[in-house]
Design a protein around this ligand. Structure first.
Ligand code: NDP
Length: 268
């Protein structure tokens, strides 16, 4: 084995700056829930974070202000766009580019449920779930794609779900959208890898996580679901956010095209 390929150094370097210092990150649906946790986490580790929202404007400003006010290098910014609307997403891209330049990290987090068993599922139910998670991810990735091609560093992180792997009663639309993200992630990882060895694309597939999306599930169903999770609890937002922050860091530069589960053993 050559000397270059083996690091035998035992000297420990103390990091001189925060791991995401100088990185500009956009989190879609950063106003609430998992997206809010991700935005805060990235900001806490030094990033400039753009918090996208659709309807929760004041919540988005609270997240951005908390990032800016915290005792870190990170700063928060707010931008509106409905990710299902190409024109709004393109305007969001132009707004971000004019103020902050190209982004380094895109977190495609925005998602909704529109649950109904297939007997009762309308075309509208189907399209609503797929429009936000899948088409929204396409729209945002399309809009910011040029920021990643040939960049020395870049991260696209798509938030899927354990339901994309497992399926679930009443969630055929949501499961289709979330499993669609798996193939999208792998294909884009390959395409971007051929343009730059510093740009990675990964997917995070959380299990049930304590947010308003899960609070909307009736209590008895929540209890049943909890009983099926080996770790016997829902994830908290910070646990999912910590994984996204790791994937955004330099340390994760050799992980690409992966779907990373974080579900308390739910799929075992
Ligand atoms: P919440 O319902 O708590 O928050 C959803 C977020 O998405 C809000 O910030 C909302 O913004 C935003 N959003 C929804 N539609 C749009 C849109 N069209 N354009 C822009 N933003 C939009 O959901 P969670 O935090 O629970 O979920 C976040 C992601 O994690 C989703 O993709 C979800 O599928 C996924 N996930 C969640 C799990 C869970 O158990 N909670 C488990 C696995 C995956 P606003 O309020 O401004 O409209």
């Amino acid at each position: 084995m050559s000397a270059e390929s083996t690091d035998r150094s035992i000297e420990l370097d103390r990091p001189s700056c925060q791991p995401l210092d100088g990185r500009t990150c956009l989190v879609t649906g950063g106003s609430r829930g998992i997206g809010r946790g991700i935005a805060r986490e990235l900001g806490q580790y030094g990033a400039t974070v753009v918090v996208n929202y659709r309807s929760s404007e004041s919540a988005a400003y609270e997240v951005a202000d908390a990032i800016t006010d915290a005792d870190t290098a990170g700063t928060g910014h707010v931008i509106h766009a409905d990710v299902t609307d190409r024109a709004e997403v393109d305007a969001m891209r132009d707004g971000v580019r004019d103020t902050l330049g190209p982004i380094d990290v895109l977190v495609n987090n925005a998602g909704i449920t529109c649950d109904r068993t297939f007997d009762d599922m309308t075309a509208d139910d189907w399209h609503r779930a797929i429009d936000v998670s899948l088409h929204g991810t396409f729209n945002c990735t399309r809009a910011f794609y040029d920021d990643f091609t040939g960049a020395e560093y870049g991260r696209i992180i798509n938030i899927s779900s354990v339901i994309g792997k497992q399926g679930n009663v009443g969630q055929a639309n949501y499961a289709a959208a979330k499993s669609g993200l798996f193939g999208f992630t792998r294909s884009l990882a390959l395409e971007l890898a051929s343009a730059s060895s510093g740009v990675t694309v990964n997917c995070v597939a959380p299990g049930f996580t304590a947010t308003e999306m899960v609070e909307a599930i009736p209590d008895d169903v929540q209890n049943e679901l909890r009983g099926e999770i080996p770790l016997d609890r829902f994830a908290n937002v910070d646990e999912v956010a910590g994984l996204v922050r790791y994937l955004a860091s330099d340390a994760a530069g050799y992980i690409t095209g992966e779907v990373i589960d974080i579900n308390g053993g739910f799929d075992l």
